[in-house]
Design a protein around this ligand. Structure first.
Ligand code: CA
Length: 657
């Protein structure tokens, strides 16, 4: 997630603000009925607003313009809650709340727990969730992604709902919508599969979708207008985004269509990871959190202003019991109601470790093979001490949650913050240890010199499942753009080789590999570094790339297939990696070569030899003894003779015995 609302920060800090109340004295509500509890005979509403002196529920005929049908005074309930029960069937009615604090009424808003909302999320909607289930939903099951469903068996594909289908050449009818990803048999004009079929044939196991909860920045009432956003600006955490549905006015439609997407993915052997952004809200002051309980859900500086570890104007306070409860109940809801298979936590370093571990424990209880990972960093300083937050350096304190490795990401291609910087795959010398550190999933290995690793000078992983290995994601330049911008002299042919080498490193490393959608098609964003609102022309997957770059697609498909068939690339403990991965000590500069003892981890390949040449010229590397077979040869011109392998510039090879 990138900086979005920097101006807001300036605005907030300029204001004179007094210190916040002592939130630790606020009562904690333990019940699980916050928000709406609907049946055909009654609707029960409950909100938490401990400092309010009065609270109201306002009912409406629609989600946008209609005047109020009725206003209902809420009764004071247990532990700071306010509630009311309306008899009868209220399905189809919309609602908001407002509270009176210090004799002033708050804005009218849906409550934070709202599960269905109308257009632009301004009003919540009373629906019967059971009626949103697509046909066969009760039998929907998450597919197995390996024989044991271990996190390291996953291959993640990070995709934005709209980018997948919006291209005119996608062959997909429901362009930009949840339903677009449920279409099968779709083809580009060149006759190659697109959308879901494309992803399925690539062989990945998990589709990680960029935010699809209801976010703020796209006007859902203007579907014809050119609008675009990644969606890292949460509005209603428990409702799906309306612009991805065919009818944003009906809160049930978006739920039904998202469930259809999940069910279709599951039927096609793919699991679904949800990108969640509990670290901040689109606008703190006007948010439902802050209107109902001023200040509570956010961290503050000493002067009382919102602190801002997210660079989006605010950061939430996961360490406070009602915020922790909110996040926990929200993720449990997405798993139970939508059958979500994993979460990617945006700026996870903002959240406290204890909250993350509670979330992980509770999620694993209901879905033992759920996949959890996050960004182990923040975008600014937080008042909560580093030692208590889910930062990369604290990864080993996280239970069954992985962190992204920026060490290997930038080791491969160069710093994402310095456009001209190069990495191992683009012939920069001295990056070998950063890449080797990634190959062993950020663990301690006797042959990795941590003092030479670009960022982390200490190993931080507890096990291979603790680390996400990647070379690009939605943030920053795409790999293609980064390589092109940092190597202006290189031909497209050479950039292609560098990208293929990069992807070979990612897909052979230990840990959990992660691919940015379209990287297998040499995706570019025309050099745009931060495309969060750059529109379709920059962000879309251009399906004509596929016929042009089919060789790269085929290579990535082959790498994924190899990884999935060979446990040697998916070791489960740091000890196994230390014992069974040995790096060649006599490799030339700019070359990494290592042997894996496949037999020791029950691989059908008894010995494996992996070689990467990041140099701008060919290199010769001595091979361990024995007769070697070639499994992967990114350049199709590897030569082996008398114990020497000759590798062309920017290329990778995997050999086996
Ligand atoms: Ca929205």
């Amino acid at each position: 997630m990138k900086k979005i609302f920097i101006l807001l920060l300036c605005f907030v800090t300029m204001k004179k603000i007094t210190a916040q109340p002592d939130f630790s004295t606020y009562p904690v509500y333990k019940g699980t009925d916050l928000g709406l509890s609907y049946t055909k005979t009654a609707s029960l509403f409950r909100i938490w607003s401990p400092t309010a002196i009065a609270a109201e529920l306002i009912l409406y005929k629609d989600g946008s313009n209609a005047g109020p049908l009725k206003t209902v005074q809420l009764s004071k309930g247990l532990n700071g809650t306010w509630f009311t029960k309306l008899s009868g069937d209220w399905k189809g009615t919309f609602y908001t709340f407002r509270v009176n604090i210090n004799s002033a009424w708050s804005n009218e808003l849906p409550d934070p727990y709202a599960k269905a909302v109308g257009v632009n999320g301004k009003r919540a909607m009373i629906i019967n969730l059971k009626e949103t289930n697509p046909v066969g939903w009760a039998a929907d099951k998450s597919p197995a992604f390996s024989t044991s469903n271990k996190a390291t068996d996953a291959v993640i594909y990070e995709l934005h709902v709209r980018d997948a289908s919006i291209d005119e050449n996608s062959g997909i009818k429901n362009k930009g919508k949840f339903l677009g990803l449920t279409e099968t048999g779709t083809k580009s004009k060149e006759g190659l599969s697109t959308g879901l079929d494309h992803i399925k044939t690539l062989g990945v196991t998990h589709i990680h979708l960029l935010p699809f909860f209801d976010y703020n920045s796209v006007d859902e009432s203007q579907p014809g207008k050119q609008q675009y956003n990644w969606g890292y600006d949460p509005l209603n955490f428990n409702a799906p985004e309306g612009s991805y549905s065919t009818d944003p006015y009906n809160g049930a439609t978006r739920i039904n269509e998202l469930k259809k997407l999940v069910a279709t993915f599951h039927k096609n052997g793919l699991r679904v990871v949800m990108d969640v952004v509990y670290n901040h809200v689109a606008d703190a002051k006007s948010s439902n959190f802050n209107q109902l309980v001023p200040g509570y859900y956010f961290r503050h500086r000493k002067d009382g202003s919102f602190s801002d570890a997210t660079a989006c104007g605010n950061e939430t306070a996961s360490e406070l019991p009602m915020m922790r409860k909110f996040i926990l109940e929200s993720v449990l809801y997405w798993v139970k109601e939508y059958h979500i298979d994993g979460f990617r936590f945006d700026l996870m370093g903002v959240h406290d470790i204890e909250t993350m571990n509670i979330i992980s424990d509770e999620l694993h209880k209901i879905k033992p093979d759920i996949l959890l990972y996050g960004e182990g960093w923040t975008a600014g300083a937080s008042p909560l001490p580093d030692s208590t937050r889910a930062l990369k350096k604290n990864a080993a304190k996280l239970r069954n949650i992985a962190v992204f490795s920026d060490d290997i990401r930038d080791g491969i291609k160069g710093s994402v913050f310095e456009i001209k910087d190069r990495g191992f795959a683009s012939s920069k010398k001295g990056m070998e240890e950063s890449v080797k550190f990634g190959i062993v999933a950020a663990s301690n290995h006797p042959q990795v010199d941590l003092s030479k690793v670009n960022y982390s000078k200490e190993a931080y992983s507890k096990a291979p499942w603790n680390v996400i290995i990647y070379s690009e994601c939605h943030d920053n330049n795409t790999l293609w753009d980064k390589l092109s911008l940092s190597c202006p002299e290189a031909s497209n042919e050479d950039i292609t080789k560098m990208q293929e080498l990069s992807l070979a490193i990612v897909l052979t490393s230990q840990g959990i590999p992660f691919l940015h959608a379209g990287t297998e098609l040499l995706r570019n964003k025309k050099g745009v570094e931060n495309s969060y609102n750059s529109g379709d022309s920059i962000n879309k997957i251009n399906w004509s790339w596929k016929s042009k770059n089919i060789t790269t697609f085929n290579l990535v498909q082959q790498l994924i297939k190899m990884r999935k068939s060979h446990p040697a690339f998916r070791m489960t403990t740091n000890q196994l990696m230390r014992k069974n991965i040995s790096f060649s000590e006599d490799s030339p500069a700019g070359v990494i070569a290592y042997a894996i003892n496949g037999a020791a981890v029950k691989d059908s390949w008894k010995k494996i030899f992996v070689v990467f040449n990041g140099n701008a010229e060919s290199k010769e590397i001595s091979l361990p003894k024995g007769k070697w077979n070639i499994a992967i040869d990114t350049n199709k011109d590897v030569k082996i003779s008398s114990g020497i392998i000759s590798l062309q510039k920017y290329s990778a090879a995997v050999l086996y015995q």
